[in-house]
Ligand binder design. Structure first.
Ligand code: AMP
Ligand code: ZN
Length: 436
């Protein structure tokens, strides 16, 4: 297989070289962090007063974790390390609680980020020959502009269409002969269901690749996307606190995402104890940003659950691979005392061939008990056949779910495009239980 490199030297650097870079950048980041009111206090409590207190990568563990709440409580300038005149971009997210978080970027920060983005894009085999339709929301969300800058750096022809307006998306793909899209997996599946309605055949489009990210999705969802569209789909991971997309990305081998270790230090911890897990075990991803000055970020608890592969990738890159995100520490549902991650449901339903592209998980109280309903869209031809087949299918899905998640859900079968769909991140869980 042809393995393209944006920066072969760094991407294949041996571990000791990577660790040397990490330590140097960590110390530099720490000295920037010490300019912010938040980290001054945080680090003083940990008895760290200068970069000299960090002499090896093992010393990283002396630094306390940073959480989303820390960012909220220190809004808007508690983590700002440079003068406002050196800030060239601000991204902010409002989140569910309404208290925003903010990230500032200097010119150099944007430059570093664009470089990791370009590296990520290049690793998939995309190049300046591609026409790139960026279907992620622009604006304050980092998925739009973050990917945009990297794609321009690669030299792709970038169409900054942003999210939504399915008809326009499809028409644009056709008119400009788009070859690569960046999109949430759920929206890309949705767009496929609309091709027929807008009278456009797949063969009229030139699409070859998709970068899918911003929300959890299983390997079966990837397969579904690849089969329906006849393209290659590459998983893309990032979060605004750590710049945005470009933290980890799949290479041409598509066997999970190289996490760019010259830009970030990754730790996997037990979310309950904060202690590191054993090599290769899953836990919460903790990230330190090594390439940003305006908003330094040390040991950020992402709440994302994943593991690191311990074996090397055939592409020759030395940066370790992060698994798919298996869920978040905060998206776990507790249903009648049983812990359930939405991803467990996705894994079951997306494996079933009759299931189309969308599903919803609903939880409500019935009397004293919680009740779980899984609503799935299935292909329309099934509604035309014998109703007893529908019943049998429902029974099969219920049984597969029951054996995977212990709970006994109700299953509802719906026609395609009848369940709500989001143009940004998918909202799969509707929890109607009264809040305590
Ligand atoms: P935001 O800060 O709005 O960009 O959201 C970042 C969050 O989106 C991450 O912490 C993950 O929970 C989720 N996310 C981003 N990319 C992926 C991905 N490829 N797979 C699963 N979840 C993702
Ligand atoms: Zn690789």
């Amino acid at each position: 297989m042809d393995v393209p490199f944006w920066n072969r030297e760094i991407e294949t650097a041996d571990r000791s070289r990577l660790e040397t870079i990490q330590l140097e950048r960590l110390r530099e980041t720490l000295s920037w962090a010490l300019k912010t009111p938040f980290y001054q206090k945080q680090l003083r409590q940990a008895k760290i007063s200068s970069a000299d207190d960090i002499r090896s990568l093992a010393d990283l563990r002396k630094i306390p974790f940073t959480t989303k709440d820390d960012l909220r409580l220190n809004f808007p300038r508690g983590l700002l390390a440079v003068d406002m005149k050196d800030v060239v971009r601000i991204h902010s997210s409002s989140g569910t609680t309404g208290i925003p978080t903010v990230i500032y970027y200097s010119k150099e920060d944007i430059n570093n980020w664009a470089d990791l983005m370009a590296r990520s894009i290049f690793a998939t085999g995309a190049s300046s020959a591609d026409v790139f339709q960026n279907m992620m929301t622009y604006g304050m969300f980092t998925g739009g502009l973050g990917m945009h800058y990297g794609a321009e750096r690669v030299g792709m022809a970038v169409i900054p269409i942003g999210g939504g307006n399915t008809k326009r998306q499809i028409k644009t793909m056709k008119d400009f002969r788009t070859t690569v899209v960046h999109v949430t997996p759920s929206y890309l599946l949705h767009v496929h269901t609309k091709l027929e309605e807008f009278d456009i055949k797949r063969e009229e489009l030139a699409l070859k690749k998709a970068f899918t990210g911003a929300e959890p999705h299983s390997e079966d969802v990837r397969k579904k996307i690849e089969q329906l569209w006849n393209i290659d789909a590459y998983n893309s991971y990032g979060l605004s606190e750590l710049n945005g997309p470009g933290v980890a990305f799949e290479c041409v081998y598509k066997n999970d995402m190289h996490l760019w270790e010259d830009g970030y230090i990754v730790e996997i911890i037990d979310p309950d104890t904060g202690e590191p897990v054993r090599d290769g075990d899953s836990g919460e991803v903790v990230l330190t940003n090594l390439i940003r000055r305006a908003t330094p970020m040390l040991r950020y608890r992402t709440r994302d659950l994943a593991y690191l592969h311990t074996d090397p990738c055939p592409c020759g890159r030395t940066h370790r691979r992060l698994s798919r995100i298996m869920g978040r520490t905060d998206d776990m549902l507790i249903i009648n005392g049983i812990n359930l991650f939405p991803s467990q449901i996705e894994e079951v339903v997306m494996r079933i061939p009759e299931v189309a592209t969308n599903y919803i998980i609903q939880v409500e109280k019935r009397g004293d008990l919680d009740h779980l309903t899984v609503k799935v869209e299935i292909y329309p031809k099934l509604f035309l056949g014998d109703p007893s087949q529908l019943e049998a299918l429902k029974g099969r899905i219920t049984e597969e779910l029951r054996s995977a998640i212990i709970l006994h859900p109700s299953v509802e079968l719906h026609e395609p495009n009848s369940l709500p769909v989001s143009e940004g991140k998918a909202k799969r869980v509707i929890d109607l239980r009264p809040k305590e």
